[in-house]
Design a protein around this ligand. Structure first.
Ligand code: CTP
Ligand code: MG
Length: 379
């Protein structure tokens, strides 16, 4: 039987507290490049052809983080207990032949590592990614202690792959204290080549390394532009950049008429050649009538995130004689940064008049133009 006929599940362990990293929320839910840390490896697992189902283990107060369509299991006090809870849940749900256990704190998981593990599992009970230790080793506290020969020593990563029944049996009979699953199944676990990028985010320095790695991976730099106009009409406010601004006119529009977000949405779509806002949200479709334009922007940003990309910068110019935007600049930048999930220093807002020339000069309407810079992974 080939591995494609075996039912293969993956368990993503995300029930830890991330105490060594600190920072308010457990590290796996902190956002890296526009999505939570765990989402990077969850995606890699879900995308892999050989994996039939992914189960995510979270603490009972973190269930809201589990995305739709992913089965959630409540974790335990230790990693080992969290894995066991998921194995039992899988066992109760029906036959599973192979299982991969992965730390949510290791975001950069390639399909190649999964391929190597599953290939090794054809001949072994378990398989783990391993990297040889390169540094000299000493056992010691504040003073140097005994040398430890590094020959034959490996750093063990996750995912770790096992035949399901063997791992379940090992967990059912094990004592506590295992920091990975291979420790419970010492015999017949194959080492396959690990990956330096598969490091675990544990300390603040690791978080920085992850940010740098993500940017280095995203070296395909794209620029998109967008432009939008709305005619003024009766009303007492305008929406600009997701902020409601009191004004003696409103705009005529089928949505909330937020020219800034419309221009920005088109700029983002332009970076990935995904058409324009009308393609995604046809004006003829009544469901967008009067709707908040933040949905359009979030949709465009989501398309970039889904490609593993990050939004590097957006620059917006609003063209109108009135209203004056000076007092709203800060609120608009904060709103856009929030919608795009990027730092506020990556959002620029400018405003200009047209010296009473043209339709904006005559006060007939308001226009906005935007440029977005996006970084995508080199494919
Ligand atoms: N983990 C888990 N259940 C636990 C403890 C850890 O599911 N009771 C998961 C973590 O969420 C993480 C992985 O196991 O994805 C590796 O653990 P570690 O890096 O130690 O994460 P934390 O325990 O969250 O961090 P810390 O030890 O710094 O508190
Ligand atoms: Mg821990």
């Amino acid at each position: 039987m080939t591995s494609s006929h075996l039912r293969t599940c993956a368990i993503l362990v995300a029930a830890g507290r991330g105490e060594r990293l600190g920072g308010g929320i457990p590290k796996q839910f902190r956002r890296l490049g526009g999505r939570p840390l765990y989402a990077w490896s969850l995606d890699a697992l879900c995308r892999h052809d050989a994996i039939d189902e992914v189960v995510m283990v979270v603490a009972d107060d973190q269930l809201a983080h589990v995305p739709d369509g992913v089965r959630a299991v409540i974790g335990g006090a230790t990693r080992q207990q969290s894995v066991k809870n998921a194995l039992e849940a899988l066992a109760a749900g029906g036959a599973v032949d192979q299982v991969l256990i992965h730390d949510a704190a290791r975001p950069f998981l390639s399909a190649a590592v999964i391929d190597r593990l599953l290939a090794a599992l054809a001949a072994h009970t378990g398989a783990v990614p391993a990297l040889p230790v390169a540094d000299s080793l000493r056992r010691g506290g504040t003073l140097m202690g005994e040398d430890v020969r590094r020959d034959g020593l490996y750093r063990i990563q996750t995912p770790q792959a096992f035949r399901f029944a063997s791992l379940l049996a090992a967990h059912r009979t094990a004592g506590g204290g295992a920091t990975d699953d291979a420790m419970l199944l010492a015999e017949d676990v194959a080492l396959v080549d690990g990956d330096e990028h598969l490091f675990k985010v544990t300390s603040p320095a690791d978080w920085q390394r992850a940010e740098h790695h993500l940017l280095a991976q995203c070296s395909d730099i794209r620029t998109g532009s967008g432009f939008d106009v709305h005619r003024f009409g009766p009303g007492d406010h305008l929406w600009l950049g997701g902020v409601k601004i009191p004004h003696d006119r409103g705009v005529l529009a089928h949505s909330d008429g937020d020219v800034a977000l419309h221009a920005l949405t088109d700029a983002l779509l332009g970076t990935i050649g995904a058409g324009d806002i009308g393609v995604h949200f046809p004006p003829s479709d009544p469901q967008w009538r009067g709707g908040a334009s933040s949905r359009f922007l979030e949709h465009a940003a989501g398309l970039i995130t889904a490609r593993g990309g990050v939004i590097a910068h957006v620059d917006l110019t609003i063209i109108a004689e009135r209203p004056k935007l000076g007092g709203h600049r800060q609120a608009i930048c904060a709103s856009i940064a929030g919608l795009l999930d990027i730092a506020q220093e990556r959002v620029s807002l400018k405003a200009t008049t047209t010296e009473h020339l043209g339709f904006t000069g005559r006060g007939e309407g308001i226009a906005a133009q935007a440029i977005a810079t996006v970084r995508l992974p080199l494919s």
